[in-house]
Each structure stands twice: as C-alpha cells, then as structure tokens.
Design a protein around this ligand. Structure first.
Ligand SMILES: *Cc1c(COP(=O)(O)O)cnc(C)c1O
Length: 340
C-alpha cells in the first residue's frame, strides 16, 4: 500500500521512513547487520566522526519503473565508491555484496515510500559510514557504524528544467592529492560557506577551478560538469580531485555507445568554456541540470542554449538516461537492479 504522500510536491528534504539498516564494526569485524525502526544514533561524545570528521557517504535512488518493478540504478558503483572513500579515511571497508543486500532490505522494508511511476518523485537512499568509538589523540576510531536510510524526494525540476546561473568561486573545493575524489563529509563541510556566499550573491552554484593553477575546471560542490562543443562532442573534465560521478560516467557511456557521439574525458581549461555550446551539472539528484550562464568576476559566459530550456544535446542525454532508469528504454547489462 502506498504511503499516499503528495509525491509531485515533495521537496528534497528528510522524511522519516519506517526502517533503516545498521551494521556495527567492533573487535575488528562487521556484525551481521539488521533493519531497525530506531532512527536515533547513540555514540560517544568523543566519537571519531564528531571530533575528526571520520565519515563518508553515498547517495542513490530507487524508483518504480514503467512496468511497475521497483529498481535501483547501478548500486554496485556506489558500493565500490564507498569502498574507495573508506580506504582513504582509514575506515574498514563494508563489503560490496553486503552493501547491495542492505539496499535491497531497506527499499523492500520501505516499499510503501517508493513513489509511483510518472510522479517524478523517487526514493533517495543514503548509505553512510563513520567512526563511532572515542578518539582524542588523532588516529582512526576502533569502532564504526555502517548505516542506510531512505527518504522520498520530489521531482528535481518542478515545471521544467530551467537553466541555472553559476559563478566561478574564489574558494577551492579540494586540494591536489587531497580528498576531492572521495565522498567524504569533510568535502561538504568546507563547501557550505562558499555555497551560502554564492546564494547571497544570487548564484545557484559554484564552479570550482583547480586549486594549483586556477586554470582548469573541476566541478561544483556536488555535481560534475558536462559540456557539449559546437560540433556536438561531449567533453567532461578529468582531474584527480574530482569526485567520479556515477551519473556523469553513465551519461558518457550513453553518449558514446547508444547515441554514437564522440566523448572526451580530459582536463578542460576554463578558457575553453566560453566556446562550448551547452553546459550541464551531473549528479544523482537531478541527472543533469542545465547551466545557462557562468559569472567570472564581472565577465559573463552565456551559452547559446540560453536561459529558457536545456540545450538539445543535454536534453537527449537526459531523456535517454532517465528512459533507461525508468524502464522506458533498454538498459546496458548490469545497470538496473530490481528489488524483489
Ligand atoms: C556525489 C557527488 C557527485 C555526483 O555523483 P553521482 O554518483 O552522479 O551522484 C558529484 N560531485 C561530488 C562532489 C559529489 O559528492
């Protein structure tokens, strides 16, 4: 039975659902894990996560496909990325098969909260892992929790995908050889001031440049860039300090192998950006949100696709990937995991 929420008008906020998954790491191993109805976390005041931000997270979605099946999109890649994040933060790895099993359990237990096909809403799943035991001298915690909850979220674009305006940030997101390539909470803590400043100045997002030379495009606080050249090529910035977006990787695969386009994943100079025809931000939340304008200290880049709608290539990519996710188009092998 559906939870009867007003699916079309949900925002992107936390709504408590009945069940979440918890596994605890003590004495050097993960326990068997279980679902719980308890939404509170009880940890030491001195827990590693609270004192030294020893935590990483993931984000993925479940939704109802056209044929009524409940599915998730490439959750194996979220499991692998969390493994990379954990290793970099000296957190014990939560095994991939158990991650996938937890996704199945959480979605199944909360299936009344999976929005219906066509509503535009989805069930957002948040896996996270953190040091739970006391740490005062700087070192990794000895105990950890892996948790996963879910919350229904509304359509990202209400009333159509309007292009956004972003600014080139004076702050940096991630240092060379730092933690930009992992999904660590600490990368977000330091981005909050930059995003609030951007909002106060009337911009929707920040474009971060490479901190070493400030000449290459990195990403925004939570999404990777995708550009389209005037001759129809897809270009995505490559850098060791960009978080490898699963949406961006999937869009590039779609562009190359399904739509027959040329795709380049390479360092992109900021200087080149003014010559692109389209620009979008890729991430699980929106799939692609179109960028119409970039402000750079008094100079403006206005993409030919304008401020009214997505550019034509961006739209094709968006329609194709969402078509695959929603079961309207055939999916490449292994992309869709059905929750039975
Ligand atoms: C999560 C995230 C993205 C988007 O990744 P997806 O896997 O597509 O959701 C992009 N950049 C940063 C910094 C992120 O944390």
């Amino acid at each position: 039975m559906s939870a009867e929420l007003d699916w079309g008008n949900l925002g992107f906020g936390y709504i408590k659902t009945p069940y979440r998954y918890v596994s605890r790491y003590t004495h050097g191993k993960w326990d068997e894990g279980a679902l719980t109805e308890d939404d509170k976390v009880t940890i030491s005041e001195c827990a590693g996560v609270l004192q030294y931000a020893q935590t990483a997270f993931e984000g993925l979605k479940a939704y109802t496909a056209k044929d009524g099946r409940i599915v998730t999109f490439r959750p194996d890649l979220n499991a692998e990325r969390l493994e990379q994040s954990a290793k970099r933060l000296e957190i014990p790895v939560f095994p991939k098969d158990r991650f996938l099993q937890a996704v199945d359990m959480v979605v199944k237990a909360n299936r009344d909260y999976v929005p219906p096909y066509g509503s535009g809403a989805t069930l957002y799943i948040r896996p996270y892992i953190f040091g739970s035991s006391p740490v005062i001298g700087v070192k990794p915690a000895e105990e950890y929790e892996f948790r996963m909850f879910c919350t229904p979220v509304g359509p990202y674009f209400k009333g159509g995908a309007k292009p956004i305006t972003i600014r080139v940030s004076d702050f940096d997101r991630a240092a060379p050889r730092g933690t930009g390539h992992i999904k660590a909470g600490l990368n977000y803590a330091m981005s909050l001031h930059a995003i609030m400043e951007a909002h106060r100045q009337g911009f929707d997002e920040n474009m971060y440049l490479d901190p070493a030379t400030r000449t290459y495009v990195e990403e925004t606080g939570g999404a990777n860039f995708l550009f389209v050249t005037k001759d129809g090529k897809v270009v995505t910035p490559a850098s060791d300090s960009i978080l490898p977006s699963i949406t961006r990787r999937s869009l590039c695969y779609v562009a190359e192998h399904i739509l027959g386009m040329t795709v380049e994943h390479r360092p992109v100079k900021f200087e080149e950006v003014k010559d692109f025809a389209e620009c979008g931000l890729c991430g699980t939340a929106a799939v692609i949100s179109p960028v119409g304008r970039i402000y750079d200290h008094g100079n403006e880049i206005n993409f030919p696709s304008g401020m009214d709608e997505m550019g034509p290539v961006t739209r094709r990519l968006y329609e194709t990937l969402t078509g695959i996710q929603m079961g309207r188009l055939p999916a490449p092998d292994g992309w869709i995991r059905e929750i039975k």
